[in-house]
Design a protein around this ligand. Structure first.
Ligand code: 6GU
Length: 270
């Protein structure tokens, strides 16, 4: 199979299939650019009741996923991949203990031909299965979800849109948020006036260079306001650096002025 193949080991394969079948990703699958293979770990349980979890050694709350169904499920996927002559895949375990997922991590993973994901549930997976098959542990942020299914959908969505052909050229990933580490500029569409609010004049001017410049400046101001942490790593032209420096200085002067005013009004009240 050409293109990128995603394999997901999960107890809820329907959730993954349903979540990723719509719109852009659904179309990319129909076009053969990506494929999704959601595999039910429970199908690999040798237990007569198809059990996949058990009590934790040492005691404690909740249940732990047993190693054997996970390892056997992985071996079935590994055999499929070997069968089409592709190298041993990276195996990503979705866990709050992992490295935080980022756009640059997605860019790196988008270079792979096959990716295998392991979704945990309950209090986690027997550590021996993790040691035996997992190559990477990834979290999607500092909060706790009930399982790896939502995170794997997030990761597959982000990675898929970096696969050539998945987006059309006009929505190329080079032109959006996190390119140059800047947030996106504001967008407007018709009507020109909505409840008294006008579309910024420059966007109606037809002057493409001016529009481009305005958009870059808006990106810089937005990033500075909402994500100063990104601003430190932003890629700016010389002219933009000057604009940003002057903007910061103007704001500092403003802050000093208002601090002095506050001090004034305080002393008046005293
Ligand atoms: Cl990957 N799993 C779970 N259960 N919770 C999370 C997460 C992953 N990333 C953030 N929270």
């Amino acid at each position: 199979m050409e293109g990128m193949n995603f394999h997901v080991m999960t107890l809820f394969p329907e959730m993954i299939e349903q979540g990723l079948s719509t719109s852009i990703l659904g179309r990319a699958m129909e076009r053969g650019l990506i494929s999704l293979d959601a595999v039910n770990i429970r199908d690999y349980s040798l237990d007569k009741h198809r059990r996949v979890d058990d009590y934790p050694y040492g005691g404690g709350a909740g249940m732990v996923m047993t190693a054997d169904p996970v390892v056997r499920c992985y071996r079935a996927i590994e055999a499929k991949i070997a069968g089409i002559g592709r190298k041993r895949p990276r195996v990503i375990y979705l866990t709050p203990q992992g490295r935080t997922f980022t756009q640059s991590m997605a860019q790196e993973l988008a270079q792979e031909e096959e990716l295998v994901f392991l979704c945990g549930h309950y209090e986690g997976i027997d550590e021996r299965a993790v040691e035996m098959i997992v190559t990477d542990q990834v979290s999607i942020g500092d909060y706790v979800l009930t399982g790896g299914e939502l995170p794997v959908m997030v990761m597959i969505d982000v990675i898929s849109r970096l696969v050539p052909g998945v987006l059309n050229n006009q929505e190329s990933p080079e032109f959006e948020t996190f390119h140059d580490n800047l947030l996106e500029y504001p967008q407007y569409t018709r009507p020109e006036v909505y409840e008294g609010r006008r579309v910024p004049e420059v966007l109606l001017s037809g002057h493409h260079a001016k529009i481009e410049e305005w958009r870059r400046m808006q990106s810089i101001l937005r990033t500075d306001a909402a994500r100063p942490d990104l601003m430190e790593r932003a890629v700016l032209s010389k002219k933009e650096q000057r604009f940003y420096r002057e903007y910061r200085q103007a704001r500092e002067t403003e802050e000093e002025a208002s601090a002095i005013q506050e001090g004034d009004s305080k002393s008046k009240n005293e």
